[in-house]
Design a protein around this ligand. Structure first.
Ligand SMILES: [Zn+2]
Length: 247
């Protein structure tokens, strides 16, 4: 890969969104290329500084080593002189090994977050389809917050953000990640936003965003609470709401 390609992949690499084979190729490049290595240091430091640390699962080192070994082997074979041609492993064998390793890697690396993104979006869609958007329809935070009190073993913050253009629509109980969660519903123009909240043992984490089934999802952890927002609202305004929730 060229330096330009490497630099284009730097952000997904730091976010651990790159597949294992490309991650390793990138690491090997950085090992030999001081300017890309420096860029990586800068970006990683910036990422740490803005607090977007990742809790995704990493592939186990043994798996990484075996993919690394497969890549080294592939390089060696590509460079092998012609007279050794008969001695090479057939390409398809190497390709199949790498593919199998990659599949295992995807299975391992596939973050729990991926499953949660799906659950959150499904919860959002369900609330719209089943005509069950709210259990307590109210634009009054002082009605919505106490309503949760008897139904959950935690107390979600319910904010009136009308002045900021996010109208509180009400609250609902939902079930995500194997427990009951608070769904606080806001509306911006014609867009409905579900804000799912539940307690977590994770430390604070900055916002992350994804698109899932055409819906935007933003999530973060603050003060022992996991917040997951899902909507067809554009990502910028969804992030704006995320910021307002913890302001
Ligand atoms: Zn480079």
């Amino acid at each position: 890969m060229s330096c330009k390609e490497i630099q284009g992949l730097m952000d997904p690499y730091i976010d651990r969104e790159l597949d294992l084979v490309r991650s390793i190729e990138l690491e090997r490049h950085m090992h030999d290329c001081p300017s890309c290595a420096r860029l990586h240091e800068d970006r990683a430091a910036l990422r740490t500084a803005i607090g977007a640390g990742s809790l995704r699962y990493r592939a186990p080192d043994t798996l990484k080593k075996s993919v690394q070994a497969a890549l080294v082997e592939r390089d060696r074979q590509e460079r092998a002189p012609g007279r050794w041609r008969w001695f090479r492993l057939p390409g398809p064998v190497i390709a199949a090994t790498a593919a199998a390793a990659l599949l295992i890697a995807i299975w391992w690396v596939r973050p729990v977050e991926g499953a949660l993104q799906r659950e959150v979006v499904e919860g959002h869609i369900r609330s719209l389809m089943a005509n069950h958007l709210t259990d307590v329809p109210s634009t009054d935070q002082h009605t919505v917050k106490p309503w949760f009190a008897g139904k959950l073993d935690f107390s979600p913050t319910v904010k009136d953000l009308t002045a900021e253009g996010f109208t509180l629509v009400g609250g609902r109980l939902d079930y995500l990640d194997n427990h009951a969660v608070a769904a606080i519903v806001y509306q911006r123009r014609q867009h409905v936003i579900n804000v799912f909240v539940w307690p977590t043992s994770e430390g604070d984490r900055g916002e992350r965003a994804a698109v899932r089934q055409g819906y935007n999802v933003v999530w973060f952890v603050r003060s022992g609470m996991a917040y997951w927002l899902a909507s067809d609202l554009n990502p910028a305004e969804l992030r704006q709401l995320a910021g307002l929730l913890i302001r």
